[in-house]
Design a protein. Structure first.
Ligand code: SF4
Ligand code: SF4
Length: 288
């Protein structure tokens, strides 16, 4: 059964927007930068931007993959912009960020999947913003260990890669991804840089069962993941996968408890949680 699009009350109340929204919008346009906040039509944009924080999306705004939940455009990307890392770092400086989150589209057509641009972005952010911490949310690089190593050698403070959903639903939700490969990437990231906490997350409301969710959480712990994010899937448009269920707040709270019992250092669980939502606060516990 497909439930109607009308949202339950806890998904209709949103925090008020802050003052910085227009400012960030102007900054991103002036530097020709993209954010996942806009491209993925994140429901938190007014709150995050209002408070002067955003998540950069590097390597263009066209993705080579076509995940069923994601609003980012699929197609053939343009070339690689080697000036982009520096512009991201300048924007971080202008925004005065102490914690920057950088993600990207998938660039499966590139030899290193865009890993070198990730590394350059981390280094540029550090160069122009001493003391600023950097979290990267990367693709799976098609399971290419060497590409991942390029990113980890640049020493991100937190490494994030999302499993997005339970393995049974991959064909519909993440058709070009492989569950085991994503777990492997997380494990390698920890091995390559044990000092950096690793992080992953998934959405609820796509048709997963409670037991399947717990299984994924156990898998993530078995691959040494430290930080977990759990949020409600919200359909970006009618072209995207339908919402199977609105998950009640109590269930998010119960999963947080389960996660803590399993040994995650931090669990962020709630309907509006996205992997970059309050990322700094999420990482604080794990970074010590
Ligand atoms: Fe952007 Fe993340 Fe905030 Fe959404 S939760 S608006 S993607 S920073
Ligand atoms: Fe969206 Fe990432 Fe999937 Fe591309 S790989 S469609 S950006 S979720």
């Amino acid at each position: 059964t497909i439930i109607p699009e009308r949202r339950p009350s806890w998904l209709r109340v949103r925090p008020p927007e802050g003052e910085g929204y227009e400012e960030i919008k102007r900054l991103m346009r002036s530097k020709a930068l993209h954010t996942v906040c806009e491209e993925a039509r994140c429901p938190n944009i007014r709150e995050c931007w209002g408070h002067g924080t955003a998540t950069f999306m590097i390597l263009g705004r066209i993705c080579t993959r076509s995940c069923g939940f994601c609003a980012v455009e699929t197609g053939r990307p343009l070339g690689v912009d080697w000036e982009e890392p520096k512009r991201v770092a300048e924007a971080v400086r202008q925004m005065g960020l102490r914690y920057a989150v950088v993600t990207s589209v998938n660039r499966d057509e590139l030899k290193d999947g865009g890993a070198s641009i990730f590394a350059a972005t981390i280094r540029w952010i550090r160069r122009l913003n001493p003391g600023c911490k950097v979290e990267v949310l990367t693709p799976d690089f098609k399971g290419d260990y060497d590409a991942l190593k390029v990113v980890m050698d640049a020493k991100p403070d937190v490494f994030n890669h999302n499993v997005e959903t339970v393995p049974r639903l991959y064909r519909r939700v993440r058709p070009q991804a492989v569950y085991q490969r994503s777990l492997q990437v997380l494990k390698w990231a920890k091995e390559l840089n044990p000092a950096a906490p690793t992080k992953s997350g998934f959405m609820l409301g796509l048709g997963e069962s409670w037991d399947e969710v717990l299984e994924v959480m156990r898998d993530l712990r078995a691959h040494d993941v430290d930080i977990l994010t759990i949020g409600q899937y919200l359909r970006p448009s009618f072209q995207h996968l339908p919402i199977q269920r609105y998950v009640p707040l109590e269930e998010f709270a119960a999963l947080k408890e389960e996660g803590k019992k399993m040994g995650f250092r931090h669990v962020e669980s709630g309907p509006f949680v996205r992997s970059s939502y309050h990322a700094h606060e999420q990482a604080e516990e794990a970074l010590g």
